[in-house]
Ligand binder design. Sequence first.
Ligand code: ADP
Ligand code: ZN
Length: 661
Amino acid sequence: MAINANAYTYSVPASDTDIQIGMRVLVPLGNKQLIGIVLNLYEDNPNGNVTIKDIVCTLDSRPVVTHSQIQLWQWISGYYMCALGDVMAAALPAKAFDRTYSLDNAAKKQKKPSDFADETDDLATLSESQRSALDSIKHQWQQKDTVLLYGVTSSGKTEVYTHIIQQTLDQGKSVLYLVPEIALTTQLTSRLGRYFGSCMCVYHSRISDVQRMQTYKRVLDSDSPLLIVAARSGIYLPIDNVGVIIVDEEHEQSYKQTEPAPRYHARSVAIMATRIIGAKVLLGSATPALESWYNATTGKYGLATMEERYRGLSLPKISVIDLNRQYHRKEMYGHFSDPLVERIRKELADHKQVILFQNRRGYAPLTVCRRCGYTPRCTDCDTPLTLHLRERLLKCHLCGYSQAMPSVCPQCGGEMRTIGYGTERLEDEITQLFPDAKTERMDWDTTRRKNDYQEIIDRFSRHETDILIGTQMVTKGLDFDAVSLVGVLGADHIWSQPSFRSYERAYQMLEQVAGRAGRKDKQGEIIIQTWDKDNPVFTYLTSHTYTAFLNDQLPERRQFRFPPFYRLITVVVRHADEKKTDDAALLLAKRMQQVFGKRATGVVVPLTSRVQKLHIRHIQLRIEKEANINKAKMMLTDLIRETNGTAGYGSVRIYADVDPM
Ligand code: ADP
Ligand code: ZN
């Protein structure tokens, strides 16, 4: 159902004496009746003498949204420049907008309050460095609301979190534990479930709407403290009783929602939420975001570090293989360099497991006619189609469009060839190389059904699989003891994206992949194949000096006016008609430059300039940290409104993406 994004004023009949802020009400709007949330109550009509309609009725016997939630919604709406109704629609489970649905029914239908056992294990005893990190975090929370825990992979951050959780629960306060979506389907929840049992609940987009409603209600009503393990949308829950918010893997890009509005970053919202509810934030990562690192080293946040892996394990050894040299000497098998093949062979002989990482799914990202050079592209997006050989389809990875794989060039009848490679192709090559090894592929295509993901993980942890080939999915929080080697195939395209964050992101991704190797008894090894072996990322990565890498990035960020020194807002202009998109963007850019001077760029054509039939243009705004950002946002809102109000541009979609990734 469409949700109306505005706030309206209604009168309350004298008979509705029980109405309270945060209750759902049925209201007339136009010739329809809609569900709304009471945001405020006034004694007199705040609009003066303007006549207003009565509400139809209240739908709840008590508030379903708390004052602090409403306060947070208002902050999100202002900060991220979107309608309050967009925040409300994102914040509440869709069932909340179903008139026949009452929160109390949700609870009655729930047989068992939790999926986790009542019996629990004792927490692990912390090592000395873990204990001192814990003490340091608690100490710094006395002065600062937000503390960053920077701990290398396998240093035991999760164990430190469990102690914080336990201590917070013991004080009668709840804990909100945010994790990237994918981590929720894995080992983490069962690990936490063993410690915290039935006082734990999970909240993410893969549970049903009814379950979401039940968890919402449990959080709203619970008399006893809870551990709420949630994806980014967990920040919308009624968390008034939360004492600590943990943001695990805080550098993860998936904490930022890009579509639809609100385009929020869960880390920023978490920090704001704790100000409203009077709680503390713990950000944790082995590869903190540059912004967080900067805030932690300039005194805005506290900082606690764990520089050693648990039980003194060494960090993995990282080797870089120069593809220029390998191809020149013809020391390649398919897309695998000879040294990588030899290492895989050795690990398999020792009954070890291997992970191969390639962040691209499908067989090949490009098909081209050998004769006329024709490349099949998406009809609705400005992007070439990826070949999926198993299904014999060409697919658009942006919109899902697919067509049959042509046997010859549809233009000239010539022979088609493929360029580049994805996980499917690597799977074929590896199977040819090691026909006796058990190989599995984990990517979006092999994990479509509900249990696929878990089953692949389970087979791999039981060592029924020798080689796991996968996209980013293999990098997230998995802990396999027998993995001694991780091969990274296509590292280069991680930083081929034109973003000021591309090196940072590449480092983070590679260090996370590396963290999968050698977690128990011996040093793991990472082999990275690259065309760009002199890239500065490798200099730091091979010596595991992440913070030196970050410090090295800072001067460039300052020089080119990027975060953490400037705040960015990307204004996005979209329309089906290309000329109209260009013209509206030009008009807006011109007005922005008049108002903001050099802080506004001209019109930028993004790398993918058309998605799902809509042309896209960007205008970037860079505002100094010291400047009044609220004022800038207000002026920008006016300019956008003005552009939309110009004759012919009413249908052009224009919105702001604040703190874009
Ligand atoms: P991180 O979250 O920093 O990557 P984990 O908390 O997952 O690290 O710890 C890595 C491994 O070491 C896990 O298997 C964990 O159970 C084990 N471990 C860490 N600290 C302890 C401890 N104090 N006692 C027992 N096992 C620990
Ligand atoms: Zn498409």
